[in-house]
Write a protein that binds this ligand. Structure first.
Ligand SMILES: [Zn+2]
Ligand SMILES: [Zn+2]
Ligand SMILES: [Zn+2]
Length: 1656
């Protein structure tokens, strides 16, 4: 695919830059695919011209082979294959070199290296670095052909930062650059002016097109002053988490679920409602599913197949056909059938063309090839072709390495992601790769190790069978242990492979694809460029020691992650989003090109006609309808204007704000404290102090905790933290911030001063270099440096910045100093000299007596080169040998462990510090290639930090150019930071075991020059003011209060001309959640001093709750109802989709707890105001308090913590059992025969107190909290309600006599209870009883009865309920008379009990399994049961029966609705209760029902029967309306309710009146009731008791497993039983019988009522 360009040799071109011309070497240059021929030519010419500017003529380019890239019927590969060329360069060397080339040449002659090593790498070394591949489609897939690899050229391997374009990695800046290159876009914006462009997206996953469009819009405003607004018409996404992402971040008016439906007039939205599919769209961008096209998918499916891709594609096409959008852009993998796609478009009157693009050619260092297609609504149009040309023109290779796109390792988002990754990897260890696959690939790995002579060691992970893994200390071991054997071994093999080339990958930025096979290439072919990210990939970053996190992956796709809300996605989901995303830069370029070429196809701004009407396509949606749906979401987002969203500024007190002041702290004291609070282990981060044992290496001085340390080994010794007390880091940070001024500047710097310094040194610095360096310094001096943050590391630091500079205070205890770095101007090319120069500091302030007393040194840009002598001795095994490499060059390799460095006395004064002396190899102490040496300290430098000699590799440069340096710092550096070095050894020097003296050149990169006039001083003259609350803050909780936040902090500062981009001009602007971090960092200098408004509000502040409170819908929108649906045989809860949509939107519109607003006045005064909406927090808290049955008054309060830090671990207070040792003895219970022991009497006292009406209430509490992380503020709103619950837990030991004490309690309170009971009014849904309900484990049921007798004789009447059978024989009367009801706890779980409950409650059936659905249904059933109780009392048994019959229908309805399939589940025990014999069936049953209904003079006796038998599936149609099946037992149940002989009228009146009449004395037993029993009982007997007994003994239920059988059985029994049932009806009309039954039912009702109250 890649074209090949061959630049033939230049004779005698000696010093023309090694890359291009080395003698007559042949140089190969391979181009990336997809580059247009003309572009390729131009690039060749340009490059050549740059190298040889003097030569214009003799350049001949000749095409050798290859086919032109066209032809739709050719494969993609063909279409994008380019011809190769040979390029003949002139043989005359050029006369003049470009500036950088000359400098380079001079330096090279003197053996120095000034340029990024990648620039000056020599070709023969290139072959050692990563083999590039020609296959760039999904580079993870790339099979590398070795022969190709060898032939591939050198220049491909240059990292993006060797580019001669300015580096660029900020996504908005990228778009600004992109848009600035397309002035034609202005015409498009003007063309559309007057209306919004309408854009629709389908399956775009991350909605990259919208992000790109918005970035483009912003840039157009910036560059051309026109606003090209657009409307997002609809989105379509099928995956729920992506829907959530889209909804959260883009709020599309319509979010459809399935592309396949879009061809219709209406489609289902993500919320489940049906909405008209809108049209009149200018631009559609779609990335239809690529699941089926992906190479990884073996059975490729076609668009004509019914695979996912085919269906979605056709859905998209029918939408296009129906709505005729002028422009359509499609994106997909290269292997999709693009020619056919284009044909489809032609069929519907469009023209289409496509091309292949690679993300790395569009600003972002990410190899990702995709095909984009443009279809325009015009036949045989030339536009798609022009569009392709445009995209060619818009190409712009990445000029920043992938490091620039990664988050800094101390970014909190990295920590969060890491935690998520760790927990996800534990939960799903097998998910991605599978533990099990190790067995399959083990032999492959071993073969690889053998063939490549890698040895058997595991130097990176140290893994062992059984799941042990220990990565080096810098790495994410917590993530590492979650990986699988295959991954671990692959990591080790990869390290060993790298080590063979002399490279320690842990010190280079490489991305390894760990989901790849061991024999495939797992890295990128290009340095500094990320391999293609796929959803399933594990992208391991070698110098992080951990994976790229999801946010970074998104950032590698050009998503502005700072602007996105990515809070709820898992890391896996983020990886999925990123892996399937369109790169914004690519889709952005495609959109811009399409708009430019297709401008005339777009309607003008004042054109009202729809595209449909223009194209004569009927849109079969009536307008009215459409308008309605569009309006749904157009409700005003926030009804409160911005300036009113913060109120109460008048409550604040204004004070002056001093930004320049510093607290007087002595430097030594500050350093002391810095040391005490510094980080001793990586795991402590910025804020923590570990309580694990800490160790420090005796040799190198590094420290770590026992958990993190150990790799590298070091020479550890425990740190005695008791002897060296540690200070809390936050306390020190606070002190440091008080000590430092918030704004600094460099004073007394002038060009004259700088020039005089140069003269003083006497060295010659090239004028050009000197000039640009001086400019940088003067630029720095003109801007004030503003405080950013204190940084806790192994040593503390504090940072300041200005738009042009960066200042860091290093609190090194032995050498505290400030270092000042200038920022190169943005348009400097990545490889420019000044950029390289400015990686070094431009100056430093060495603290002597205080932070601001000392001396200023400039680092003049002059590199001194000096020859030093190194002699080595005492060889020890080399790094490679210790890694176990088996190649013969490694097996026995030794290196000297002692080095003696000699510097000529005359050269000594060039050094900042004397480097000569003896160096010892500390090969247990890590650093790159385990090559750390430490200089033995002597008297001269004992007071200074120790010196180290170590290999200091560049992150992305050629490893061969990495050199050893001498520095006081051996640590790792973040991207963008540079190690302060004293000198750098020639890059060719490597460790060896030579015993000869080596003469090595060594460079001192800059020349320190003292400038005593220069000062680093606080900036005075900011007349800033701030206002904070006084001692009091009145906060209202009224329903209107939450409309605006209470002002807490208002700050005014004259910024004049130094206002940053964060300040909106002349209008209030609110900082939203996503921009919070960035904004507050920029404001830190202003707010840091005042953000601690004080601790006045850190205690709960009561707020007055006005009147009757209703739920605030603004702050706490009503949650959607739960519905139940069946998924794979399980019932699951789903939200009512329509309500859920509304709910989500309402949630989004809730008032923010914290509101931050910024404004820059006309007169240059910046105003920040921050408010907190405590009322909203209290409203939220109130909405969550439970309300059912609560009567207590709600009270609300709030508090505000100004120095809040989320705790790393939540420390729960220890739970303590209270003792009753000090309670007083209660008198013996009145009826007790056996006295209680004293300790029991004490418990009795306590229990009585708990039962007392005055017992202290339990406080129910809800807190709603909000955290403003950048400020460390936390606001909480609290709602409380007292709930009186009389009771407690008596937790005495076994055998202590808890039963006796409880009986004592019953005894002592019996009189009171009796009294209350007599006074008891009728209770709704319940029948009052005086008994104490005792729920016991089943085996203790009987014991309770005997205990009662033992202690209280016959004083108490006890009812024991061990099984459901006991309930069947129980009367309501018995329960009402009882003093104690003992019930076995398992009764409530019993199927029989629940079946009876279902039947009686008549509210449908209960589900079989416990869980949310069961609880929800149980709630309904219990509610209904209460109604039944009332009905029984008020309307009599007939009404109850009617209800039961009705309930059955309900049950069947529910069952049918759920299509609920049941498994037969009648166990032996249950069958004892439910005996299948004869049942009341069909006609006879109906008759009974009719009788009951009509309420004749001779009402039938109520005789409920539960009959059980058939599997539920048998039920539906064959069963009469009045039969139902218990899902629990799978039995068909029938109930007959005979009513006593009394007339219907009297029965009814007695039902209602009796309890009322008797209520003042004692409720009388109602006799009429019924019983739930099996029908065979009723058939067999007319007498109550015998019936019950028979029931118990009856035969087990028949279990029917087949539907057919059930049906027939059912019919048979129904026929058989009809007669006898009728008989039983007549028989049962006996007075005695119903009595009993009534009792039973009521008892049950009672028990249930209790159960229900218990469940609440
Ligand atoms: Zn640690
Ligand atoms: Zn060490
Ligand atoms: Zn509210």
């Amino acid at each position: 695919m890649a074209g090949e360009l061959r630049a033939a040799g230049v004779e005698g071109g000696a010093e023309l830059g090694r890359r291009w011309m080395r003698g007559n070497a042949k140089i190969d240059h391979t181009y990336a695919e997809g580059q247009a021929l003309s572009g390729l030519m131009r690039t060749v010419e340009k490059t050549f011209a740059a190298v040889c500017p003097g030569i214009t003529q003799p350049l001949r380019v000749r095409a050798k082979t290859g086919k032109p890239p066209r032809g739709r019927d050719k494969s993609i590969a063909d279409a994008t294959r380019f011809p190769s060329f040979s390029l003949a360069l002139p043989t005359t060397p050029p006369r003049r070199l470009p500036r950088w080339q000359r400098v380079k040449t001079q330096l090279s002659r003197r053996g120095k290296s000034l340029f990024p090593p990648s620039l000056v790498a020599s070709p023969q070394n290139r072959s050692q670095s990563k083999p590039p591949s020609t296959a760039d489609e999904e580079s993870s897939d790339a099979e590398v052909d070795d022969t190709v690899t060898q032939a591939v050229s050198t220049s491909r391997n240059a990292a993006p930062d060797a580019s001669n374009l300015p580096p660029i990695h900020d996504i908005p800046a990228i778009f600004s650059d992109l848009v600035s290159r397309v002035p034609e876009i202005k015409a498009v914006a003007e063309h559309l002016e007057g209306r919004k462009m309408r854009v629709a997206t389908m399956c775009s996953g991350t909605e990259s097109p919208l992000l790109a469009l918005d970035l483009i819009r912003r840039s157009i405003v910036e560059h051309y002053g026109v606003n090209m607004e657009f409307d997002h018409v609809f989105s379509c996404e099928i995956e729920p988490f992506k829907q959530a992402y889209i909804e959260r971040n883009f709020k599309p008016p319509l979010l459809f679920r399935d592309v396949c439906e879009l061809g219709d007039s209406h489609a289902t939205t993500a919320y489940g409602s049906l909405a008209p599919v809108p049209g009149d769209v200018d631009l559609l961008v779609a990335g239809t599913s690529c699941v089926d096209y992906s190479n990884l998918n073996n059975e490729k499916q076609d668009i004509d197949d019914n695979g996912e891709s085919g269906r979605t594609f056709r859905g998209m096409m029918s939408w296009v056909k129906n709505h005729q959008p002028p422009l359509v852009i499609l994106e997909n993998v290269c292997s999709a059938p693009w020619d056919r796609v284009a044909q489809y478009f032609e069929k519907i009157g469009y023209s289409a063309d496509y091309l292949r693009v690679d993300t790395k050619n569009f600003y972002i260092p990410h190899t990702r090839t995709r095909v984009y297609l443009l279809a325009v609504n015009q036949r045989h149009s030339s536009l798609p072709g022009k569009w392709k040309d445009w995209i060619g023109k818009l190409k712009r290779p990445a000029s920043s390495t992938l490091d620039a796109f990664l988050l800094p390792s101390d970014d909190p988002r990295i920590h969060q992601a890491r935690e998520k990754l760790v927990s996800e990897s534990y939960n799903g260890v097998d998910r991605r790769t599978g533990r099990t696959d190790w067995g399959r690939c083990e032999s492959r790995h071993q073969r690889g190790r053998l063939e490549e002579e890698l040895g058997l060691k595991r130097p990176l992970t140290g893994w062992e069978e059984g799941g042990y893994c220990k990565m080096p200390d810098f790495a994410w071991n917590d993530w590492g242990v979650g990986q699988v054997e295959r991954v671990w071994d692959l990591m080790d093999i990869s390290l060993l492979r790298s080590a063979k080339k002399g490279v320690d990958p842990s010190y280079k930025t490489q991305v390894w694809n760990l989901s790849q096979n061991v024999d495939r290439a797992i890295g990128s072919n290009k340095v500094g460029i990320c391999p293609c990210l796929t959803p399933s990939m594990i992208p391991y970053i070698t110098n992080r020691g951990g994976p790229m996190v999801g946010l970074e992956a998104l950032s590698m796709q050009g998503l502005p992650v700072d602007e996105l809300l990515l809070t709820r996605e898992t890391e896996d989901q983020l990886a999925d989003l990123a892996g399937n995303a369109m790169s914004t830069t690519v889709v952005g370029a495609c959109i811009m090109a399409a708009l430019v070429v297709g401008r005339k196809l777009l309607k003008e701004g004042d054109d009202d006609a729809t595209y449909e009407s223009k194209n004569d396509v009927a849109m079969d949606v009536d307008d009215e309808d459409e308008d309605e749906t569009m309006d749904v979401d157009r409700a005003p987002e926030k009804d409160v204007p911005v300036e009113e969203r913060i109120s109460g500024e008048d409550q604040l007190v204004e004070k002056p704000l001093d930004l320049a002041s510093t607290a007087e702290t002595r430097l030594t004291a500050l350093l002391q404290k810095a040391q005490q609070s510094a980080r001793l282990c990586e795991c402590e981060g910025r804020k923590d102090i570990t309580d694990r044992q800490l160790n420090r290496c005796v040799d190198c001085g590094s420290s770590s905790c026992v958990k993190c340390g150990g790799r590298p080994e070091h020479n550890f010794e425990a740190i005695d933290v008791n002897a060296n007390t540690r200070l809390p880091p936050l306390a020190f940070a606070k002190e440091l911030k008080a000590t430092l001024p918030m704004s600094l500047s460099l004073a007394n710097v002038s060009r004259e001063l700088l020039d005089s310094l140069r003269e003083e040194t006497g060295v010659t610095i090239p004028e050009k270099r000197w000039g640009s360096w001086c400019e940088a310094v003067l630029r720095v001096a003109a801007h004030e440096l503003r405080f950013v943050e204190p940084k806790r590391q192994e040593i503390w630091a504090a940072t300041y910045q200005s738009p042009v500079a960066y200042l860091e205070l290093q609190l090194n205890p032995q050498q505290p100093e400030w270092r000042l770095f200038a920022r190169p101007e943005g348009d400097e090319p990545a490889n420019s000299e000044i950029r390289k120069l400015l990686e070094s500091p431009i100056g430093r302030f060495v603290c002597e007596d205080g932070l601001f007393s000392g001396r200023w040194d400039f680092a003049l840009p002059y590199t001194t080169s000096i020859q030093i002598t190194i002699s080595g001795s005492e060889p020890v095994p080399s790094w490679e040998q210790k890694l176990g490499l088996q190649g013969k060059e490694f097996r026995d390799r030794m290196v000297n462990s002692r080095l003696e460095i000699d510097v000529d006395a005359k050269d000594l004064d060039h050094f900042d510090r004397d480097i000569s002396g003896a160096y010892t190899l500390l090969d247990k102490c890590g650093t790159a290639n385990s090559a750390l040496h430490k200089k033995a300290t002597d008297a001269r430098d004992a007071h200074l930090p120790p010196l180290f000699l170590l290999l200091d590799p560049t992150r992305c440069g050629d490893p061969v150019d990495d050199s050893f340096v001498i520095s006081i710092s051996k640590g790792r550096y973040e991207y963008g930071e540079t190690r302060p070095i004293i000198c750098q050894l020639q890059s060719k020097w490597r460790q060896s075991d030579t015993d000869e003296e080596e003469h090595i050149r060594c460079q001192i990169p800059y020349k320190w020059m003292k400038a005593s006039d220069v000062q680093l001083a606080p900036v005075a003259g900011h007349e800033a003011h701030y206002a904070v609350p006084g001692d009091q803050l009145d906060i209202s909780v009224s329903m209107e209060a939450c409309r605006s936040a209470n002002a807490l902090l208002v700050c005014r500062v004259p910024l004049l001309d130094q206002a940053g981009p964060e300040w909106p001009r002349n209008a209030w602007k609110e900082v939203d959640k996503v921009h919070e971090r960035v904004t507050f960092k920029a404001l830190a200098w202003l707010i840091e001093r005042i953000r601690n408004v004080g601790g006045r509000f850190s205690d709960w502040q009561d707020a007055e709750l006005p009147g009757a409170h209703v739920n605030c819908e603004r702050c706490a929108p009503t949650a959607p109802n739960l519905l139940w649906t069946k998924v794979k045989k399980r019932v699951v809860a789903i939200e009512d989709t329509a309500q859920a949509g509304q709910y989500e939107r309402d949630l989004k519109r809730r008032p923010a707890p914290f509101v931050t607003q910024l404004k820059l006045d006309k007169n240059g005064v910046g105003v920040v105001r921050i408010g907190v909406n405590v009322a909203s927090l209290m409203h939220r808290a109130m909405s969550r308090l439970p309300t059912a049955g609560r009567k207590g008054k709600v009270s609300v309060s709030w508090r505000l913590t100004m120095d809040f830090l989320p705790a790393a671990k939540i420390k729960m207070p220890k739970f303590k059992l209270s003792s009753n040792r000090h309670d007083s003895l209660h008198a013996q219970p009145p009826s007790f025969k056996i006295p209680l022991r004293p300790e029991q009497l004490r418990s009795l006292t306590w229990m009585l107190a708990q039962e007392s009406p005055n017992a202290p209430p339990f406080i129910e509490e809800e807190i709603s909290e909000a955290i403003m992380e950048p400020l460390g503020w936390r606001a909480e709103g609290r709602a409380q309600r007292p709930v009186h619950i009389r009771g407690g837990v008596l937790a005495d030991e076994v055998g202590y006599g808890k039963t006796a004490i409880t009986l004592g309690l019953i005894d002592c309170t019996a009189k009171e209870v009796e009294k209350d009971f007599r006074k008891m009014q009728d209770m709704k849904g319940k029948i009052p009883v005086k008994a104490t309900l005792v729920v016991v484990p089943p085996h203790l049921t009987r014991q309770w009865g005997s205990e009662v007798k033992k202690f209280a004789g016959k004083r108490f009447k006890v009812v024991e309920l061990a099984t459901a059978t006991n309930i069947n024989s129980l009367t309501i009367e018995e329960v009402q008379e009882a003093d104690i009801v003992v019930v076995a706890s398992n009764l409530f779980h019993s199927s029989v009990y629940l079946a009876n409950l279902e039947a009686l409650a008549a509210a449908g059936s209960l589900p079989l399994q416990d869980g949310r659905y069961f609880n929800a249904r149980l709630g309904n059933v219990l509610d209904s049961l209460r109604n039944q109780v009332d009905r029984l009392r008020d309307d009599g048994a007939n009404a109850v029966m009617d209800k039961i019959l009705e309930g059955r229908k309900l049950g069947r309805y529910i069952i049918a609705a759920l299509s609920y399939w049941l498994t037969p589940c009648v166990d032996e025990d249950e069958s004892n209760f439910f005996v299948p014999t004869k049942r009341l069936k069909g006609k006879s049953y109906r008759e009974v029902a009719e009788v009951a209904e009509s309420g004749k003079k001779q009402p039938p006796k109520v005789e409920p029967k539960v009959k059980t038998k058939a599997k539920k599936s048998a039920v539906p149609d064959s069963i009469p309306a009045n039969a139902s099946v218990s899902p629990r037992t799978g039995l068909v149940m029938e109930v007959v309710i005979p009513v006593r002989k009394a007339s219907a009228a009297s029965s009814a009146t007695s039902g209602t009146s009796e309890p009322e009449e008797d209520s003042d004395t004692r409720p009388k037993r109602r006799r009429v009731i019924r019983k739930v029993m099996s029908s065979d009982e009723s058939a067999g007997s007319d007498e109550d008791k015998p019936r019950v007994k028979r029931g118990k003994k009856a035969a087990p239920a028949k279990r029917l497993t087949k539907k057919k059988a059930v049906d027939s059985e059912y019919e048979a029994s129904s026929a058989e039983e009809s007669g006898s049932d009728a008989g039983s009806l007549a028989e049962s009309s006996d007075e005695d019988i119903p009595k009993k039954k009534a009792g039973k039912v009521e008892a049950k009702a009672k028990a249930k009522a209790k159960a229900s109250s218990a469940t609440q």
